[in-house]
Design a protein around this ligand. Structure first.
Ligand code: ADE
Ligand code: ZN
Length: 335
């Protein structure tokens, strides 16, 4: 087994709706009587030929339409946790997109109940710690984001923070300045997708206007040396998703992926799967493909695993405990 596959790690950028495998989409469609515009699993899989972020999002939102009941959200998240365990993911911070569901009449309570029950079971049955991060869809209005926050606040103890996802171009972080300010007042942790397809200026806005603690993707920071310098000095983490970048044509080939340059610049970059059911791989597949394409060293791999804990929203005690298990796994691999 490669070192990367063997190390304990945290996953910080996984859209739980993006873990819905075609087989589960069809099983839930049948269970719920939802008609899909695809004949079968193979036809759906054939549609996974993306040219950019939007071409993916159209199919991703269609896939999520089978989620109606508490058990559906539970089953989806549970399937993810089982795969995460196989990849030695010991801590996961899961994004969820409530507006995708509330817009179809699914109550916020149903979404959060199913996901949080799976998180609780992941801890007791698999030993995986986890947390939920509520994402606002940036193609919708800030007013809609405020309404979503209000609907979620009765379940405040079930999520640790908020994020910003969906179509990036034309929807700059500054569009959500007020709602992020409110979330910070409420003590929520904050992250935002920026610099996936959008320009470095969107990363600057996420940092200076939204004041986020982490940037999701952020790979386009390399176009702005002052931004790279800022990210290196502050150690604001980037949750990078190599196979996603490949499948959404952010890079034309993994050998051109910026991960190595991000590490060389001293950034706190991490490896993540984004939407693993759509992009061809969970955590370890992302690690293995990136290590091979970029010829990353064992030291790079250890740095990436270490970064995943540093970048997490774990308590200092929990982080320290995971870093000890990481050291032990490294020693065991060497010995
Ligand atoms: N929603 C799910 N995956 C996403 C991605 N990679 N970028 C933006 N929004 C998303
Ligand atoms: Zn994402």
């Amino acid at each position: 087994m490669l070192l990367a596959q063997n190390l304990p790690k945290a996953e910080l950028h996984i859209h739980i709706e993006g873990s819905l495998e075609p087989e589960l989409i069809f099983a839930l469609a049948q269970r719920n009587g939802v008609k899909l515009p695809y004949a079968d699993v193979e036809a759906l899989r054939r549609a996974y030929a993306f040219t950019d972020l939007q071409s993916f999002l159209d199919i991703y939102y269609a896939g999520a339409s089978v989620l109606l009941h508490e058990a559906d959200f539970y089953d989806m998240a549970w399937a993810y946790f089982e795969r995460a365990q196989a990849d030695k993911v010991v801590h996961a911070e899961l994004f969820f997109d409530p507006q995708t569901h509330t817009a179809r009449g699914v109550p916020m309570a149903v979404v959060i109940a199913g996901l949080s029950r799976a998180c609780a079971d992941a801890k007791t049955r698999l030993g995986i710690s986890s947390a939920l991060i509520l994402c606002f869809l940036r193609h919708l209005s800030e007013e809609d984001a405020f309404a979503t926050l209000d609907a979620a606040l009765p379940y405040r103890e079930h999520f640790i923070g908020v994020g910003l996802d969906s179509s990036e171009m034309g929807h700059p972080p500054s569009k959500f300045a007020q709602v992020f300010a409110r979330c910070r007042e409420l003590g929520l942790r904050t992250v935002a997708h920026a610099g996936e397809e959008g320009p470095p200026d969107y990363i600057w806005q996420a940092l200076s206007v939204l004041k986020v603690e982490r940037i999701d993707h952020g790979v386009r920071c390399l176009e702005d040396p002052a931004l790279v310098e800022h990210l290196a000095q502050t150690r604001i983490p980037l949750t990078v998703c190599p196979l996603s970048n490949l499948k959404l044509c952010v890079v034309d080939d993994l050998v051109h992926h910026p991960m190595k340059r991000l590490l060389q610049a001293g950034l706190c970059a991490t490896v993540n799967s984004d939407d693993p059911a759509y992009f061809g791989g969970y955590m370890n597949q992302n690690f293995v493909a990136t290590v091979q394409a970029l010829d990353l060293s064992e030291a790079d791999v250890i740095t990436l695993a270490c970064n995943s804990f540093e970048a997490s929203f774990l308590s200092e005690d929990a982080r320290a405990a995971f870093l000890i298990t990481l050291d032990e796994a490294v020693a065991e691999h060497a010995g």
